[in-house]
Design a protein around this ligand. Structure first.
Ligand code: ATP
Length: 484
């Protein structure tokens, strides 16, 4: 049977990847904590992204901006006025829904029943109404489509209201001089307001990029689906500043580059696709999502947007500080330098938690092994070795005769290169199983022969194949596989 989201949630909890937040108080909706293995996997994902962005592109540098920003930032970016989701309540069940998601689910129902045309027509109509801010129209559409509350089963809907997704809090100690500030709903603005700082101090020349990994917060109305939609989450964003007119070429370059990244970390081509936006956000002249096929269907994992000069221009207007770049490259059309302009921006934005979830779903493998009566099920995480929380586990066959000491010695010779552990407890088969469940790609067994000839067996997670190799070769063999 196909892997369900419930399988993933259960596995993530049982093996120390993800726990519900403040679980002893029954949790906090749409907030999660990463456990001892989850934090390693997530850190590995962040570091391969960071490397792909900065180390492999000498024109891209990183920053780490604050979560709190001047409140005008969010005025300029449009978040104060329009970072809204349309919501609707059911009077009987007292449940709150996103109006657009109710309609999307209906469209999906039509598509699944083979009526593509009706599905498309519904999405188009919804896009039109939302674009025109016709909230009454949205409500009428929900009713004319006969959409019922899944709990109460009736259509006792309230009006549709816009709901701003930003969390706010107060700075300042006294009520009188306290002012409202927001927890950032995206990391991008921290990059925009630092654009000139980085450009000048780093002597960057267009085209160049600024990358950032950090927390973002959104008061999501419907927060289900585990780490897919959280109220506190992490984004990995890169803003690429280009000369106006060249943005479409860069947009296509980054589209291809980001798709290649997901394939390189092990997500299969057939579970990835591009999805062009039907309706462009106010800041974009082109936008595409990279979708991954989660257990609940193809959903957005990363967004790639051509944001024009919308953000820098808005910051220039509100801050009264010029956000221009002087380009002394010569324009072949005029024979003169391009001169001053506000750069255009191509953005790539991926959620670390969504990438984590995709990686976990993809790695989760259940296989039937053995024949006849000896048949049994084996569960393991087929993670790319570069992403695995633990790269190698070293097992002394028995807890005596110097084998544990030998295992310890091997562990110490490897641990400055990559994360290795030793495990002495339980039968060796059980120890293999435990490592399979957290995705450790290599298990190393230390036996009596090791004491004689300094060789060990390596057992490969995916094939369970075992080979005997000299201890002296371990660093190179494993090191080669766990790098990316
Ligand atoms: P959605 O339509 O699913 O709400 P979005 O289009 O609002 O997502 P963006 O604003 O483009 O998302 O954010 C970029 C990326 O940040 C998304 O592709 C996603 O991976 C991640 N992201 C956005 N919201 C959340 C969230 N609530 N929880 C986890 N990740 C998120």
């Amino acid at each position: 049977p196909a892997t369900t989201l419930q399988d993933i949630i259960a596995h993530a909890k049982e093996y120390g990847f993800v726990f519900p937040s403040s679980e002893i108080y029954d949790g906090l909706q749409a907030v999660y904590d990463y456990g001892q293995n989850g934090v390693e996997l997530k850190n590995n994902l962040k570091s391969v992204w960071w490397k792909a962005m900065t180390q492999l592109h000498d024109e891209v540098v990183g920053i780490d901006a604050s979560i709190f920003m001047h409140p005008l930032t969010w005025k300029a970016s449009g978040h104060v006025d329009s970072f809204n989701d349309p919501m609707i309540d059911n009077r009987d069940s007292k449940k709150r829904y996103r109006a657009d998601q109710l309609l999307e689910a209906k469209a999906e129902e039509y598509a699944n029943a083979g009526d593509e045309a009706r599905s498309q027509a519904l999405l188009t109509e919804m896009g039109r109404l939302l674009g025109a801010e016709d909230l009454e129209g949205v409500r009428n559409l929900i009713i004319s489509e006969g959409i019922k509350d899944p709990i109460s089963g009736n259509m006792n809907w309230t009006e549709v209201r816009q709901f701003n997704l930003m969390f706010s809090t107060q700075v300042g100690s006294l009520a009188e001089d306290a002012s409202t500030i927001y927890l950032r709903p995206e990391t991008a603005q921290g990059i925009f307001v630092n654009f000139l700082n980085v450009q000048k101090t780093g002597r960057m020349r267009v085209p160049f990029g600024i990358a950032q990994i950090g927390k973002a917060f959104r008061n999501e109305i419907v927060a289900r689906q585990f780490t897919f939609r959280m109220r506190e989450f992490e984004q990995m964003e890169m803003q690429y500043f280009v000369r106006p007119g060249t943005e479409m070429a860069w947009y296509n370059t980054w589209k291809a580059s980001r798709m290649a990244f997901h394939q390189a970390i092990g997500l299969p081509t057939e579970r990835l696709k591009f999805h062009d936006h039907e309706k462009l956000a106010h800041y974009a002249n082109a936008a595409v999502d990279i979708e991954y096929k989660f257990p609940f269907g193809f959903r957005e994992m990363e967004g790639i947007h051509s944001r024009t000069d919308f953000d820098l221009k808005a910051h220039q207007e509100l801050s009264k500080k010029k956000q221009q770049y002087f380009d002394n490259d010569v324009d072949p059309a005029t024979g003169k330098p391009y001169g001053n302009y506000i750069p255009y921006v191509v953005e790539t934005s991926v959620g670390a938690d969504r990438l984590f979830l995709a990686t976990l779903c993809n790695a989760f493998t259940k296989e039937t092994v053995g024949e006849g009566d000896a048949q049994k099920e084996r569960t393991y995480l087929k993670l790319h070795p570069a992403l695995a929380p633990i790269k190698a586990a070293i097992f002394p066959l028995v807890r005596k005769d110097g084998l544990p000491e030998k295992a310890e010695q091997i562990m110490k010779s490897l641990r400055s290169e990559f994360r290795v552990i030793t495990e002495e407890r339980d039968a060796i088969g059980k120890r293999y199983t435990r490592q399979d469940l957290i995705g450790t790609p290599f298990c190393i067994a230390v036996d009596y022969q090791t004491l004689e000839d300094d060789t060990v067996t390596i057992r490969y997670r995916d094939t369970t194949e075992q080979i005997r190799v000299p201890i002296a070769e371990l660093k190179a063999r494993i090191g080669h596989e766990v790098s990316m």
